[in-house]
Structure formats: structure tokens, C-alpha cells
Design a protein around this ligand. Structure first.
Ligand SMILES: Nc1ncnc2c1ncn2[C@@H]1O[C@H](COP(=O)(O)OP(=O)(O)OP(=O)(O)O)[C@@H](O)[C@H]1O
Ligand SMILES: O=C(O)c1ccc[n+]([C@@H]2O[C@H](COP(=O)([O-])O)[C@@H](O)[C@H]2O)c1
Length: 240
């Protein structure tokens, strides 16, 4: 059976997050988080995560599947399968790792809870970057305790060519107060918003589920290892 040896955050011993780095290149750790339903994970998530991680010199980019995603329907496949597919996707692709902590909580995956837990494990100066696609960013004012998010992280907004959402007024005000034009100029552990350029990929999990349900191929829209997992488990096909 397909299984993948991805690095999980809990397995990692090489990155001490409780202390600042020492030596000639001493600087705060930079940790990125891309949360998602990942039903399934696809190249839009993965290219965006990797390009942002490289552009910003992130020490780690955590792919974090939601257990019970707020604000949307129940995922089509189980949390276990969604996690396994993310593990297949990032295996051997540093600095991408899997953080499965939201799957261990028996309540909706509120991002503010996750950030508070992460912060408690880190040195105060660690920079945390929450990656959000444009559509997710536009929904921010509906999130649980959304006005507290920037106390714990910076937000990096990924362009999403397949999304035509408009930002609500509350977000326009936040952008006016908190945005910086250059993501590399973001300072401090939290509090700023920047837009990042990544290869625009108009790919969505909805499209992938629809292609599979109609018997079509999703080759090249997901990594081969994810496709192998989907095929081996018969996921998303019309009979499911
Ligand atoms: N093609 C893409 N380009 C940039 N960001 C993306 C892309 N697809 C998803 N994202 C972002 O990744 C995060 C997780 O997305 P999610 O797992 O919901 O995938 P999705 O493709 O939007 O799924 P669905 O079609 O089921 O809604 C969100 O912040 C979303 O905006
Ligand atoms: O905390 C919230 O209220 C909240 C509301 C909606 C979405 N989120 C998070 O945003 C991320 C992307 O969500 P989604 O639905 O686009 O996969 C994922 O990590 C969700 O847990 C978080």
C-alpha cells in the first residue's frame, strides 16, 4: 500500500524552536504555515508553499490539514486519507513538513487556537507566517477571533487566479493599517500583511474531485505519489 515517509513536525529534532539560532547567521527562526482541507492536496498548494518558503528563506513550511474545517462542508474523504496524501506530497521536499496537530483536536480547527499552541512552543522572536490564498484571505473577517490572528503571525497572501472574491470593508481597513509592499521587508514576529508572488496556478481541489468523479485523469495536477494513493484507495471515483 502506498505510504510516504514525510517529515512530521513531531518527528523533527533538527530544528530547535525554543531558542534563537546562534552563530554568524544568527536570526530569528522563520516558520510558515499553510492550513487547508487538502481534499486533496494539489500543485496549487505545493508550488505556492515551496516558492514562498524559498523566497522568504523559511526554515520550515508546515502543511497543516484541518480536521473539521470551519466554514465549509465536511470533506469528501477522511482526515486520515487527507493527511496521508499531504505526507506523500511533501516527502523529501524540505523545508515542507506536515503538522498534524489539528487532527488531534476534537473540535473545529480554529486557526487562532493553532497559532496560540504553536506560539507556546517557540522563542518569542520566531517569525510565524500564515499563508492564505486570496479566497481564504477575503473570508478572514468571518473567522473565529479573527482580529487576534495578527498578534501571533504575519499573513502572506497568495494570488489565486481561479478566485474572484472581493475583500470586505473590514479587510480593506486592516490592509491599510498592516500591509507592507515587500514581503522581504516584514519585520518582527507578527503583525504585518504582505502579498507574495508565486506561479499562478488555477487549480482547485473541487476541480480535481470533479475530474476524478467523471473518470478523467488528474495527472500533473497532483504529485504522482498522491495520484498513486488516490488510485490505491479508490478515492473520489464515482462509486465513492
Ligand atoms: N491554486 C491555488 N493557488 C494559491 N492558493 C491556493 C490554491 N489552491 C488553494 N489555495 C489556498 O490553499 C489553502 C487551502 O486550500 P484548500 O485546501 O481549501 O484547497 P482548495 O483547492 O481551495 O479546495 P476546494 O476547491 O475544495 O475549496 C487556502 O488558503 C487556499 O486559498
Ligand atoms: O479559524 C477559523 O475561524 C477559520 C475559518 C475558516 C478557515 N480556517 C482555516 O483556513 C485554512 C484554509 O481553509 P479552507 O477551508 O480553505 O481549506 C484552514 O487551515 C482552515 O482551518 C480557519
Amino acid at each position: 500500500m502506498a505510504s510516504c515517509a514525510a517529515r512530521r513536525r513531531s518527528d523533527l529534532t533538527d530544528l530547535d524552536l525554543t531558542a534563537p539560532q546562534t552563530g554568524s547567521e544568527s536570526r530569528p527562526q522563520r516558520i510558515g504555515v499553510l492550513g487547508g482541507t487538502f481534499d486533496p492536496v494539489h500543485i496549487g498548494h505545493l508550488r505556492g508553499a515551496l516558492e514562498v518558503a524559498e523566497a522568504l528563506g523559511l526554515d520550515e513550511l508546515r502543511m497543516m490539514p484541518s480536521a473539521r474545517p470551519p466554514h465549509r462542508d465536511t470533506p469528501q474523504v477522511s482526515a486520515q486519507d487527507r493527511l496521508a496524501m499531504v505526507e506523500c506530497a511533501v516527502a523529501g521536499v524540505p523545508p515542507l513538513v506536515v503538522d498534524a496537530r489539528e487532527l488531534q483536536r476534537d473540535k473545529p480547527s480554529w486557526t487562532i487556537d493553532t497559532l496560540e499552541l504553536m506560539r507556546a512552543e517557540m522563542a518569542a522572536e520566531t517569525q510565524v507566517f500564515l499563508l492564505l490564498g486570496w479566497d481564504a484571505f477575503c473570508g478572514l473577517p468571518t473567522w473565529h477571533r479573527w482580529e487576534e490572528l495578527l498578534q501571533h503571525c504575519h499573513i502572506l497572501v497568495l494570488q489565486r487566479p481561479d478566485a474572484d472574491s472581493e475583500p470586505p470593508d473590514a479587510l480593506r481597513n486592516l490592509l491599510a493599517a498592516r500591509s507592507v509592499s515587500d514581503p522581504l521587508a516584514v519585520k518582527g514576529p507578527s503583525g504585518q500583511i504582505a502579498f507574495v508572488w508565486q506561479t499562478p496556478l488555477a487549480v482547485s481541489a473541487t476541480q480535481i474531485r470533479q475530474l476524478l468523479a467523471s473518470g478523467k485523469s488528474v495527472r500533473f495536477l497532483v504529485p504522482d505519489a498522491v495520484l498513486a494513493y488516490i488510485d490505491a484507495h479508490g478515492l473520489y471515483r464515482a462509486s465513492n
